[in-house]
Design a protein around this ligand. Structure first.
Ligand code: UD1
Length: 342
């Protein structure tokens, strides 16, 4: 049997990490899942085992701990790639507790790269970045050439700084190649209904708030403002099915592993290219669930971007990747998942 290419997935029990672990497994990679369970559940591992019918390797590790990271890499010296998701991601919390964000998101990244530097293998690295790096963009749809402005939150800043650290490191090393993927708004769940989004506490994001309201956890959804300069007055986002997003990671990883990259570092927007308003997402939910959602219009949320959707031409042509699943399919999968976990 050919030896499988070993890949570490940090944050592999999180929302995007778990879906990516599944896609990697089915593409024939050996997947090492690393997670500290700080914002994820060990039940996700059961879901992954049910989907893959396999015992995936799981390492419970806090990546802020240098010694643990050293041990992890000494144990898996033969890895060829790392997909790095592990990070804190709540924008509001990052404003309240910026040091937690700089420590969690940057110290862990540096710890990993310091161990990568010691490896003999060439390493392909995929970084989980965000469209948040663009803030309120000057041009729509947003291309990778859009100006990166000062981050609006410590969370966003950790993504900007993370990208810079990775780019600098890739320029300093012949054996380290990296791609940053700037995600737009990931939603949805796996078609098996074994894994999906598991927000801890009150969800901040639109789709989990819609589905949790629909199962009665919340009385109503507040639409944060309907007086924006958009078609129906509500904000526009590019909602992408998490499985489409997961697949973009495999394409990116393979590009680096196959030495098809033209430079040591590159960045891609990962979205559908289509903007949807808050009211359109609600309509999509009402259609796929065949029920009315209890919602009302409230005031604007501080810091909200009016409109953000991706120009995906670079990912389409260079990664040969495109989002295939529709908003209705994504919302429907999120709804099925919510009904299972409620
Ligand atoms: C949020 C984060 C962003 C992160 C992204 C990843 C904030 C300010 N930004 O972005 O940094 O990269 O998630 O998923 O948290 N909405 C409502 N009612 C609600 C919840 C949301 O009307 O109860 C609206 C929002 O105003 C927004 C849209 O739904 O227009 C999407 O909101 P959300 O899911 O929080 O995503 P982002 O704001 O794009």
């Amino acid at each position: 049997m050919p030896i499988k290419t070993k890949i570490i997935v940090t944050g592999g029990l999180g929302f995007i990490g778990s879906h990516t672990a599944v896609e990697l497994y089915f593409k024939g990679f050996e997947v090492i899942i690393v997670d500290d369970l700080s914002n994820s559940s060990i039940d996700v591992l059961k879901g992954l085992k049910n989907i893959t019918k396999s015992n995936l390797i799981f390492e419970k590790i806090d990546l802020k701990n240098k010694k643990s990271v050293k041990e992890l890499f000494e144990k898996h010296v033969d890895i060829k790639g790392i997909i790095h998701f592990a990070a804190s991601k709540a924008v509001g919390e990052s404003v309240q507790d910026p040091l937690k964000y700089y420590e969690n998101n940057l110290i862990s990244l540096i710890n990993i790269l310091q161990e990568v530097e010691k490896l003999k293998n060439s390493i392909s690295f995929i970084f989980s970045s965000s469209c948040t790096v663009y803030g309120e963009a000057n041009n729509l749809p947003i291309t990778e050439k859009e100006t990166i402005k000062k981050a609006e939150s410590p969370y966003g800043n950790t993504k900007q700084i993370g990208e810079e650290i990775i780019e600098d490191f890739s320029n300093s090393s012949d054996s380290f190649k990296a791609i940053s993927l700037r995600y737009f708004n990931p939603i949805g769940a796996h078609s098996s209904n074994e894994i999906g989004e598991l927000p801890i506490g009150k969800p901040q994001n639109l789709v989990p708030f819609i589905t949790q309201t629909a199962v009665g956890k919340y009385k109503e959804l507040i639409v944060f403002g309907d007086n924006y300069p958009t078609s129906d007055g509500t904000c526009i986002r590019d909602y992408i099915h998490v499985v489409d997003l997961a697949k973009a990671h495999i394409k990116s990883l393979n590009r680096l592993l196959d030495n098809k990259n033209s430079s040591n570092y590159d960045v891609f927007n990962i979205g559908t290219g289509k903007g949807s308003s808050v009211l359109e997402v609600i309509k999509s939910f009402e259609k796929v669930s065949n029920q009315k959602l209890n919602y009302k219009i409230g005031s604007r949320r501080k810091g909200d971007i009016i409109e953000a959707y991706a120009n995906t031409k670079k990912a389409n042509s260079i990664l040969n990747w495109e989002a295939k699943l529709s908003l209705d399919q994504a919302v429907n999968s999120a709804w099925k998942w919510q009904q299972k976990i409620q």
